[in-house]
Structure formats: C-alpha cells, structure tokens
Design a protein around this ligand. Structure first.
Ligand code: MG
Length: 380
C-alpha cells in the first residue's frame, strides 16, 4: 500500500475486480498518482506530463495535486497575482467597472487557452499555470509604465522578464515560488514583437502549452481591447478593417470563435491523430493569422497609439520617471522586504527601485506620487 501524507484512494480497476472483497494488501494510489495515470492515458503524446515536470529546487510531491496544478495554486495565491486587479490593461485606472484590468485579461487568456488545450488533449493544468502567471511582471499603467522603466533602467526592463523574476526571486520574501521549468519558461517566452503575433522575440517555448499561451494572449487582448475601445468611444465597430472583419466576424463573439476554432483545426495534429508539421509548433492558418495581424496592427494605430492615449501615457510616464528619481535619492523609503532581498543578492540599488515601481498598481503609484509630491492641506 502507498499512503502518502495520509491520503490514499484505491485503484478503481482493482476495486472493480475485487468487488466487496478485502482491499488490504492491494496497491493504493494517492489522488496525484491517479491524476498522473489519467494524464498518461488521456493526454496526447505531444502534451507535457506532470509526472515528468522538473522543479528548480527538488521537493517532495504533493499527495493530492500533480506538479502543474500545484504551480497554478502557487501563482494564484501570490501577492503579485492579487495586484493585477488594479493594473492597467489599456485604459489607465479606468473609472468604469466594465473595463478590463490586467487581472481580467489574465483570466480571459487562460480560459481561451484552456478551451483549446482541452480540445487538443494538451495539459490543461500547465496551460492554466502559464496563463495565470504570464503578466505578473506588468508595471503600473500598462505599456506606458513599461516603456518608462525601459527608458530609465540601465539594465533594461521587460514585463515578461519581470514576471519570471517575480516567480523565481521576489515572491515568498526572496525565495521565489519554486515553480517547474515548463511554467517558468512559458511565462518568460510569451512576449512577441509588434509585427506578427507569431514572432519570437525571446525564443519558442519547448511545450505546446507554452506556445499556446503566447497566441491566446493575442487572441484575448486584440478582442477585448476592441470591446473596451468601443465602450470608451475611441472606436466604432464599423471602423474595423473590412477584410479582417470578413474573415473573423463582425461581433466580439464571432471573432473569438473564429480564432479559437482555427487554433483547434489547424493544430489538430497535436492530439496525435494527424501528421504533425515540421517543426511541430502551434500555429494559426495563414488567412486567419493574416486577418488577426491586420486587426492587431489596426489597434496599434487607432487605439494604443491614438493621440488621446498618448497624452495619458505621457502623464503615466512622468509619474514613473519622477518616482524613480525620488527613490534614487531615498532608497530607504523602499519596503524593508525588497531592501533585504537586494542586500542578500548583492544587486545594484536601481534593480530594487525597478522591482518596487514595477510591483505598484496604478492607484498605488498615483497615491505615492501624491503623497511625495503634492502638498497636503493642514488637517486634511
Ligand atoms: Mg498578456
């Protein structure tokens, strides 16, 4: 019998054979082993297996959850994950309750990717863990904040690199979350260059689940940003490029459906039931990919780089740059935990300042800016 951490279930097949008979002396499985066995039987040969997952620092397995489920939970319970609720997606500190935030974006990416992963018999738990973790490193004020930090910080700042730093170093008081390699790699490699959603600015994830998150990130944000831009009055449905609409559909729902269906059909080989392409990478069919890229390009011109958006971005950049200059003069105002991590790792003080600013939510950054730079009335 295998009893791990006091938790065991009988093997259902054994139970079927023995009926009501005495089960003592028969092999028992933990729920984790049962799940791993299920993965081996149900998932595609191209799927990542939890039982083969490798952790940064070895630790005893959980009796209940396979490795990737455990990673998902660690991300979900992290402080960085909770901060996503007050970080910008596109609209800075949006006043309306229906706009996306970095948190709802993260949930949409994850859910779209899980739908495709399940259809293709890939590892849904791994997909979910990468999806929930991919944007943890986003700075306040979205890409405006990221651009500001990239400009100031001599050692370069990118949100995907910061996401990796959070899970590997900053969480748990400097211990990191000790995630598996496949999750950390997927988080780091989700970013892409502007031209094409398929470009690999940092490299290609070694798992199909990691590759899937990268594409589903684009599927989610292109569509929900259109929806939010229409809500904000920045865009009208009829402004969208006609050729892309003809391929993808007129409504939000139709477009997501087209992209998700395309991902499933085009990558059907990933189930193990069709000949894989060479190299075996997750992709999109050429005409849907072209239309998606066209829509993305349109969003850059019409929304992300619109005159009004640029004016707001300038203000956000000013706040980030001003806070950075302030902390260079007053590093003692950085939270104690970050100062301790900085000292232990022997990193330059600028690294700690960037970690602190990048961790801020939009409203925390605005509040800090007000507290430090705006005079308060007496008694107010
Ligand atoms: Mg994202």
């Amino acid at each position: 019998m295998i009893f791990q951490e006091g938790f065991a279930l009988p093997d259902p097949h054994v139970q079927e054979r023995v009926g009501e008979a005495d089960l003592s002396g028969i092999t028992m499985h933990t729920p984790r082993e049962y799940q791993e066995d299920l993965e081996a039987r149900v998932l595609s040969t191209f799927a990542a297996r939890s039982s083969a997952a490798v952790r940064d620092r070895p630790e005893p397995p959980c009796a209940v959850r396979p490795a990737y489920q455990r990673d998902r939970d660690r991300i979900l319970h992290s402080k960085a994950f909770r901060r996503l609720k007050h970080k910008t997606q596109v609209f800075i500190a949006p006043p309306g309750d229906h706009y996306r935030t970095r948190l709802t974006h993260t949930l949409e990416v994850t859910q779209i990717a899980r739908t495709v992963a399940r259809a293709l018999r890939l590892n849904e738990d791994l997909t979910e863990a990468i999806g929930l973790g991919h944007d943890l490193g986003h700075a306040p004020f979205g890409h405006a904040g990221e651009t500001a930090l990239t400009r100031i910080y001599p050692d370069h700042f990118r949100h995907n690199e910061q996401s990796r730093r959070i899970v590997e170093v900053l969480e748990q008081g400097g211990q990191g979350l000790n995630l598996t390699y496949a999750v950390r790699e997927g988080i780091y490699l989700h970013s892409k260059a502007r031209r094409d959603i398929m470009t690999t600015a940092w490299g290609t994830a070694s798992t199909l689940e990691g590759q899937l998150i990268k594409i589903c990130d684009s599927v989610a944000y292109i569509n929900h940003d259109i929806d939010d831009a229409i809500r904000a009055g920045v865009l009208r449905e009829e402004d969208l490029p006609a050729e892309a609409v003809a391929v993808l559909g007129r409504s939000h729902r139709e477009r997501i459906n087209t992209m998700v269906s395309d991902l499933i059909h085009f990558n059907w080989w990933a189930t193990g039931e069709a000949t894989p392409p060479n190299p075996p990478l997750i992709g999109m069919s050429p005409h849907v990919l072209a239309a998606t890229n066209q829509l993305r390009d349109f969003m850059f011109r019409a929304v992300y780089q619109d005159r009004r958006a640029r004016a707001e971005s300038e203000k956000a950049r000013f706040i980030v740059e001003t806070l950075y200059a302030h902390y260079v003069k007053h590093p003692d105002e950085i939270p104690e935990e970050l100062r301790r991590i900085n000292q232990q790792r022997g990193e330059p003080v600028e690294r700690m300042i960037v970690d602190h600013i990048a961790s801020m939510t939009d409203r925390y950054a605005i509040e800090t800016f007000k507290r430090v730079f705006i005079p308060r009335t007496w008694g107010g």
